[in-house]
Design a protein. Sequence first.
Lengths: 214, 214
Amino acid sequence: MRKKNLEEFAYDAIIKLILENHFKPGDFLLETELADTLEISRTPVRNALGQLVAEGFLDKKKKKGCYIPSPTPQDARHVFYARENIEGLTAASAARYAVDEDIQYLYKLIEKEKNVTNPGEQEGKMAYLKINEKFHLGIARMSRNKYLEQYCRHSFWRSHTYIFFFDSDYTGLTSGEQKVGPSQHIEITKAIENRNEEKEIGRASCRERVVLYV
Amino acid sequence: MRKKNLEEFAYDAIIKLILENHFKPGDFLLETELADTLEISRTPVRNALGQLVAEGFLDKKKKKGCYIPSPTPQDARHVFYARENIEGLTAASAARYAVDEDIQYLYKLIEKEKNVTNPGEQEGKMAYLKINEKFHLGIARMSRNKYLEQYCRHSFWRSHTYIFFFDSDYTGLTSGEQKVGPSQHIEITKAIENRNEEKEIGRASCRERVVLYV
DNA sequence: AGATAAACTTATGTATACATTAATGTTTTT
DNA sequence: AAAAACATTAATGTATACATAAGTTTATCT
């Protein structure tokens, strides 16, 4: 991979800190503190934070700082509703543009998913999440639409906020998410695969089928 | 409005410069130059540019700078496809959550739209665009979904890149866009209004009806 | 004591000097 | 003359000092 500059380093590091639960909702991410932790100056930290705010992962109070958004039930509904529908769109588009190689990629992920040991344990959970992410963002990529992919990635990450903060066992609460598993992923992959062969059938019906998705 | 800091000032100013055609696709927006023009230091300019890049309005080449994305026919298709579908989603959501006041707001915009003088002239064109923006982003707001609204706003703006750069007369090329006018806006508003009264009818069919949209 | 105002604290906002590097032009070598 | 090595340039990338303002504490007045 090409060499990363400090801003990118900071960006990745901050995300990592968040995912590792170093912060809770409402917590401010102090520029000085982060700079100190990462042993770089405030500038790249500040820029990375600005990026995260612009992308909607952090909220910001003027002259006060960036903070972890406080999730609310209403916001959760919004995120999951948006994600569900956007993923429906990308899946529909993927169904049109996916090539054999793509389908194989998805099936390989499903195999890996089946082999995750101790899905209950923290380690197994993380492994599962990583595969799950690859699956969903993989389909987003297969839509061959930069914009849909971007929105998909965003809502996916944003929805994960809830999983990380609220659903530390990855079992309950988060609407729909707990239903995801190999069997759903197989269904989705098959839907995409089939649609790929029967191109004459309109996108709308495909969207209908792949809407189970999430 | 609350006081804006220099970063926000720079953000607005840069967008204004872009919309006023000070740059063409591929042009680099030089930090020093902008700072000089706006008579502020590089820092807020740089942050504003970073924001625009993070939001996807500008592209960036590392250690080279931020530049106006070079639009391609393929990218245009992606943008308009994304926008059409996302706007369909927001409109469907708006149809569920819009209140009387919202509907009135839309009708008022349509009236204003009808009264735009010299829609052919540059001035009239700008007036029309402003109203059009209010209409589309207004519906996005009525979806009462922060995320859908965000994606909607993004794809709307991104699609306008094409209108500004390629379709300086606002007549041809840009798929769908030229078809927009009071009559379409009336149709959309009516669809939202009706769906608002007949809540029992599913979202899917509503999405179908409002998909003309764009 | 309670309310108001002044001072303080702390983190962000801004300017600026300096470092780095991608791109380009120039020289040298073959 | 073409190619490689070197030097220049011009912009971004980074660090840091200082300015500003939101929030908090302390002091003052009634």
